[in-house]
Structure formats: C-alpha cells, structure tokens
Design a protein around this ligand. Structure first.
Ligand code: DSN
Length: 492
C-alpha cells in the first residue's frame, strides 16, 4: 500500500511540486511496508482517524513532522547511560551533543537552573524526582552521621537504617478524584507504596483548591514533598503560595507541570503561576500542551542538580537518544513567538468553550477554566461519563471520561468528561468552532440514554442514542474538519 501511495504521488506531480514532508513520510512507509504491511495499514488508519475526528483529549496534541522524523532514525540504537561527558559506554560524542543541546534549550525555554532530559515519560520523571529528593535529603545526612562518602561504604546495619528512613516519608499531593494524577500517591501506583500519602482536595462548594486548607493539612502532616500539579483540574495554581507553605513545614515543593508545560513555555502562566520560578523541582511530559515527542523532563534548582543527573541508573534505564533529539527540536519550536500565540489561543479557546458549554446548560466544574482543560459534569443528562464518551465518539468527538470531585460513579464509569483544547488549537480551530463544538456536545449528550440491564437497572456502560441526531452532529463535525485539514503538508 505504501509503495503504491508513493508511486501515485510521484506520478501525479512534477518534481518541482514534490513536498519534502510528503516524500519523507511516504518513503518511510514504503521502507516499513516491505515486511510489515499491517503496521503501515495501522499508521495510515491512525492518520485517517486523527484527521476525521475532533481530538479533545486534554493530554494529547499533534507534534510537528520534524519532531516525528527525528524520532525515527538510528539514534535509537545508541546506548548512552550516564550524562553528557560522563558515560558508561564508548562512542557517545554525538549523543553528548544532542543531550547538551536539549538541556540548554530546556533551561532557556523555562528559565531553569538545571534540566534533565532523559525521562522516558512523565511517570518516569516523577519517579526520578521522588528518588532525587529522597537521595539528596537523606544521603547527605547519613554520610555525616556514619562518616561515609558513598552508600556503598555503609555496613549492613547502616544500610538498613538508611533504607528505613528513606522508606518512611510522606508525600502530599492533590487527590486523584479532585484532579490529581496516578503518580501523585494513588494506591495502585508505586508512589503510594514508596510514600505515606496524605492528600489535599478541593473545596466541595467551589471545587477550587483552598490554600488555607492545604496549609492546614501540610502543618498537620509535615510531608517531605508537597506536590503541585494535576491531570484534571481546570484552574491555574498559585505556586508562590505553595512554596510558602512548603517552606513553613520544611517540605520540598515539587510541581508536576505535565499538563500545562506548554502554557509555562508560552508565557501564559507567569509570575506566581510559573512553577519553575517557585518550585525546587519541576517534572513534565513533553507531549501535551508542549507539543513535542512523548517523553519527560525534570527541571531543578541548584540543590538537586547533580543528584537528578543520576536518574539513570537510580530509577531509569538508558536514555532514548532519538527522543532526546526530538525534545531538542520541540524546545526550539516552543521558543518562538508563534508558539506563544498558540499557547494563548489554547487558553482563550478553552475559556470560550467553557462559556459556551455553560450557555448550553452543561455544568462544568469550578464553573470555568483558566487553563487548557474543562471538566464537564454530565450527571444531569442521566448518563455516565463512559456513556457520554462513547456517544460523542460516534459523532466524531474524541475525548475521555473523567471523575468529577467526589464522584459517586468512581474512576471507571465517572460522571464527567474532560475536554481539552491543545490539539484543536494546533489544528487551527478558534473561538467560533468552540461554540459549534459546545452545541454538538449538547445535542449528542441530550439524545443519549442508558440501556437497561438484565436486572432492570440503568446500565452505567451501554447506551443508545438517536441516530439521526448523532448523524447530523457528525456532519457538523465533518464540515469543521474539512476546513482545517490535519497535516496539510502531507499531500495524501
Ligand atoms: N494520561 C495523562 C492524562 O491523560 O492526563 C496523564 O498521565
């Protein structure tokens, strides 16, 4: 299939009309397709799917073709455990150059003292950050206490005392049901097994983080780490206040900015709302609002800089050199004025979408948003988040179900939907389209109903909908999509 696509393209154009992006994409599919036609089929199907639906998953985006092509080359073959100029393998000169470039670009982009660009994901970045804090705060103390220079010199009793101290600390993060992340202390995640977990939530009335309440809990629990950041909280957070609280209780302020790193890079979140200016350690993914390759990064102050560089072998395997190169490409893209405009539009679009949903009679948590995401409470439609997610997908709207604060339907079925604007904005959608999308969502949710289970109760999973209404909604979506094609540089 890829071969015929490439040939068709070459035959249908004169050489001066060839688009380099199209040639590059089709040529790579042809190479892959020689022995792996099903993989090529899936890549092309995914392209078709992404082109033909509204991507509203708040944690997804469309990275540039330059980022994608940087991921697919021989850099993937090179082992480079260690960090630039300090490797456990020979022949790492080029990887040193690439990683150093990525580090420098990340530092400049975020105004950070130090950057570590090896984490393979946001979860890995958090794991490395946790161990960096534990290591730095406890090794120094025990080195002094035992008069030793490395943990390798500890005798068995000293090692056990150290392990007990390290393994008995508290992490304080936003609870999952109030918008926190799995890696912030959720019981099924390693973080809850490494740490004693103490959560802060949101105010039941306003659904906002209450800083006085955070302070009260921090004073009572005295955590080692106060963790800011979220996966499904639609507001910005005042990290200056968080740092004051952390300092008052002797905690390290760590912020996981995975969701909003692009808004920090794009200078939408500045001053008190810029985590890098206030936290001692900041983790992130590189593929959400930041629009780079899938992966993670960590930014630190001076205290944690040398410890974080030991992320491999502390918690990670060898770095992915191709991913580090792609991160460097994305950081360069994010340092432009057009990226700043993009970041502002992401937030403007979310605000307009939120206002339009409210006008349509759809409740949204906190009654608004000031970041890139919205959490809609769809209880009043008499369906679960899972049913809403499924029905909207039929209409060409791809988003994910999400708990609302204190959700009676739990994290699997949920009572909410999370809607994000980063990918729509990358595709070129603006405020008019946000209003149309709100009305499409209203129409689809209103015509969806739960099926009845064998026991006569409404199902939380299966649903039916009015097919003509959903077909009309799908037509509206298709019309919007046709005006703003995805990857117009790809001429196939
Ligand atoms: N999966 C990401 C999200 O959707 O928020 C976080 O891990």
């Amino acid at each position: 299939m890829s071969s015929s696509l490439l040939n068709n393209y070459l035959q249908s154009k004169s050489p001066s009309e060839y688009k380099p992006e199209t040639l590059a994409y089709l040529a790579s599919l042809e190479v892959i397709g020689k022995d792996n036609p099903q993989i090529v089929e899936s890549i092309l199907s995914e392209l078709k799917d992404q082109r033909s639906s509204l991507k509203m998953i708040a944690s997804e985006n469309y990275c540039s073709l330059a980022v994608q092509l940087t991921l697919g080359n021989l850099l993937t073959d090179k082992y480079a455990e260690g960090y630039p100029q300090h490797r456990f393998y020979a022949g790492c000169d080029n990887i040193d150059t690439i990683e150093s470039l990525a580090i420098e670009k990340a530092k400049k982009l975020f105004g950070a003292h130090h950057a570590y660009v090896q984490p393979h994901s946001g979860a890995d970045a958090n794991l490395v950050a946790f161990w960096t804090i534990l290591t730095k705060r406890f090794e120094d103390k025990f080195f002094d206490q035992f008069d030793k220079k490395t943990v390798m010199d500890f005798d068995d009793a000293q090692w056990e005392e150290y392990r007990q101290a390290v393994g008995n600390q508290k992490l304080m993060g936003l609870s999952l049901d109030c918008g926190g992340h799995l890696t912030h202390g959720f019981r099924q995640n390693l973080s809850a097994k490494m740490f004693k977990y103490c959560a802060y939530g949101v105010n039941p009335e306003t659904q906002l983080i209450d800083y006085d309440e955070v302070r009260k809990i921090a004073k009572r629990e005295k955590p080692l780490i106060l963790l800011g950041g979220y996966s499904a909280y639609p507001r910005k957070i005042n990290f200056k206040i968080f740092r004051e609280i952390a300092d008052e209780v002797g905690a390290v302020l760590m912020v996981d900015m995975a969701h909003f790193a692009g808004l920090v890079a794009g200078k939408v979140f500045t001053g008190d709302f810029d985590p890098v200016a206030h936290a001692q350690i900041v983790t992130s993914t590189t593929h959400k609002t930041l629009r780079g390759p899938r992966g993670g990064i960590i930014l630190t102050d001076e205290e944690f800089a040398t410890t974080v560089d030991r992320g491999c072998p502390m918690a990670l395997g060898g770095p992915l050199s191709n991913a580090m190169a792609a991160k460097a490409v994305a950081f360069e893209e994010a340092s432009t004025d057009s990226y700043k405009e993009y970041a502002q539009k992401v937030v403007d679009n979310a605000r307009v979408l939120g206002e339009a949903l409210i006008k349509e009679g759809i409740k949204i948590t906190t009654n608004g948003t000031d970041n890139h995401l919205i959490v809609a409470d769809i209880t009043s439609f008499g369906i679960t988040g899972r049913q809403g997610e499924g029905a909207l997908r039929e209409a060409g709207v791809t988003l994910n179900r999400n708990s609302i604060p204190f959700d009676p339907n739990g994290a699997w079925y949920t009572s909410g939907l999370r809607l994000g604007t980063p990918a729509l904005t990358s595709r070129g959608f603006g405020e008019d389209e946000m209003k149309t999308i709100a009305s499409v969502i209203k129409k689809v949710l209103s015509c969806t109903a739960p099926k009845t289970t064998k026991s006569g109760k409404p199902s939380k999973a299966t649903f039916s909908y009015d097919e003509s209404i959903v077909a009309a909604a799908r037509a509206e979506v298709d019309e919007m999509l046709s005006v703003k094609p995805l990857y117009p540089e790809l001429d196939f």
